[in-house]
Ligand binder design. Structure first.
Ligand SMILES: Nc1ncnc2c1ncn2[C@@H]1O[C@H](COP(=O)(O)OP(=O)(O)OP(=O)(O)O)[C@@H](O)[C@H]1O
Length: 234
């Protein structure tokens, strides 16, 4: 089986600062993987390296069969790997619907269209002509997920999607992530909220100091992961 995303001994830098050290990470078709670890271990840098926003100097990144020796921001989406960035990055002077349409810019064909996104998130249809940034935090996160789906990805990278959101909204998002995954899209969920991780992910990869240092099945480690949140992650 060809992985949708494979990082093999990846070393990445911001300028002279060495952040990722021989990092290995694989996500296969249809998988739900959580990338966990304390603040500052390099989780966002994994995403930034795939997008070319941190410098890859050593190791290899593959998107499916496609090798990415010099990553650039537009390449991942073209190969079916789409990022929902930390902080959501909704475009301020565009409406909800225009933000959604931006996601379709790669022209990849697949099941996700504006009507399908509105079925998944009825609130976005109600607010279709409102400026995207006028939505609540939870609604903006739904918009960011909808925009990612518009690229018809085979894998979505979600960077701390529940940061700053109320528990009731986190519950709604957990359901939505599971629905999206049930329809065949693989997920890499970067998250510190372990109650979300155990509800969505089937496998976890734990990072420390710029490398993946442990991984396993979530179902065997549910209690330890929840304990981790109480004792280590915050
Ligand atoms: N643009 C940058 N230039 C230099 N160093 C950076 C830059 N962005 C992040 N760093 C550093 O890289 C390290 C890893 O940061 P990163 O954001 O990847 O961690 P993280 O695990 O995602 O943490 P968080 O949960 O806080 O987002 C940190 O020490 C951070 O200070």
């Amino acid at each position: 089986m060809t992985a949708l995303l494979k990082l093999d001994k990846v070393n990445a830098f911001y300028g002279a600062a060495h952040i990722l050290y021989d990092l290995d990470l694989t996500v296969n078709a249809g998988e739900r993987v959580a990338l966990i670890g304390r603040n500052g271990v390099g989780k966002t840098t994994v995403v930034n390296t795939i997008l070319g926003l941190a410098t890859l100097r050593g190791g290899q990144i593959h998107l499916g069969a496609y090798a990415l020796p010099k990553p650039r921001t537009y390449m991942a989406a073209q190969h079916g790997v789409v990022v929902v960035p930390q902080g959501r990055r909704i475009v301020a002077n565009l409406s909800v619907e225009e933000n959604l349409l931006l996601g379709a810019a790669t022209g990849r064909k697949g099941p996700w269209t504006v009507p399908q996104i509105y079925k998944l998130f009825p609130i976005l249809q109600e607010r279709a002509h409102t400026p995207g940034t006028a939505l609540s935090g939870g609604q903006q996160q739904m918009l960011a997920v909808g925009r990612a789906l518009m690229a018809n990805p085979s894998l979505i990278l979600l960077d701390e999607p529940t940061e700053g959101l109320a528990p009731v909204i986190v519950d709604q998002l957990a359901e939505i992530f599971n629905k999206v995954a049930d329809q065949g899209t693989a997920l890499l969920l970067i998250e510190q909220n372990m109650s979300l991780v155990v509800r969505v992910a089937h496998r976890y990869c734990a990072m420390a100091k710029g490398a993946v240092v442990a991984q396993g099945a979530v179902e065997n480690t549910r209690e330890s992961l929840l304990n981790l949140e109480n004792h280590v992650m915050v």
